[in-house]
Design a protein around this ligand. Structure first.
Ligand SMILES: [Zn+2]
Ligand SMILES: [Zn+2]
Length: 270
């Protein structure tokens, strides 16, 4: 039975903690048959400063080392979580062109685009509900800008990202409110038409059921490819929520999940 975690972070991410080889071992122990390591490459840092340089050498070295000690029964893939490609598509393309043989690119938006000095959503103060809604409008426009750059991503990451932090601040916000469903449709349509994937990001098992309306809309708009990942930054979070996400995919009429090899989708039955 296929069980793949396609969104994970190793020590090669600034907020990661575990060497790739150890993640691979722990992933197999957690029952995974496929693990894709997708360390961060962000064009904007937490404070919104442009960070156009990325060194692939440590990533490649860690990946090679992990492959040498690969546990039997585990397929290991090399990906990247490329953040804020819309900020400078030329820089994003240049980074990808310099990559070693790369299987998978997760396209992310972590930062405000036109507000708050372009800082990460993680950093902002959400005590004001009006600011949350202004942030969500900014975010959905930014997602659309990223979705329109199909060479800069294979899957569109964690659409629910800013909601994580707004809810932690006690705000009752969702993408079912206001005109967000229509704005989100524009994004999903763009992804579907480009033949790209949508990511179900379980946020270490915490977010699964909330993807249902988004998965249903994506399918209705012609979307075919869905990837699933836990966003684990520690070994104990690997694979969390992946099996329930497959269950939800089946409920929404999907029979496959997509895995990427050399940036091409391969369908795995679920
Ligand atoms: Zn992310
Ligand atoms: Zn991530």
């Amino acid at each position: 039975m296929f069980l793949g975690d396609l969104h994970t972070h190793s020590l090669c991410s600034p907020d990661g903690a575990v060497p790739m080889a150890e993640l691979a071992r722990a992933g197999r122990e957690a029952g995974l048959t496929c693990l894709c390591i997708t360390d961060h490459c962000d064009l904007l840092d937490l404070t919104g400063t442009f960070t156009p340089h990325f060194d692939w050498a440590p990533v490649r070295a860690a990946y090679d080392q992990a492959r040498e000690a690969l546990p039997p029964g585990l397929e290991l893939r090399l990906g990247v979580e490329l953040g804020e490609a819309y900020e400078s598509p030329e820089t994003a393309r240049d980074i990808l062109a310099r990559a070693p043989r790369l299987d998978f690119v997760i396209g992310s938006v972590h930062n405000f685009r036109a507000m708050m000095g372009k800082q990460d959503f993680y950093n902002a103060d959400y005590s004001d509900l009006a600011l949350c809604h202004a942030a969500l409008e900014d975010y959905l426009d930014t997602l659309h800008a990223l979705a329109a750059l199909p060479d800069c991503y294979d899957t569109l990451a964690h659409i629910l990202y800013p909601l994580r932090y707004m809810r932690q601040a006690g705000q009752d916000v969702s993408l079912a409110q206001r005109d967000y469903p229509q704005r989100l449709d524009r994004v999903l349509q763009q992804v579907a038409q480009a033949g790209k994937a949508l990511e179900v990001n379980t946020w270490r098992g915490r977010t699964v059921a909330e993807w249902e309306p988004i998965l249903r809309r994506f399918k209705a708009l012609g979307g075919e490819y869905v990837t699933v990942g836990s966003d684990a930054h520690r070994a104990e979070d690997l694979g969390k929520g992946v099996a329930p996400a497959y269950e939800l995919l089946r409920t929404c009429g999907y029979r496959y999940t997509a895995v990427y090899r050399e940036r091409k989708p391969v369908m795995e039955a679920i």
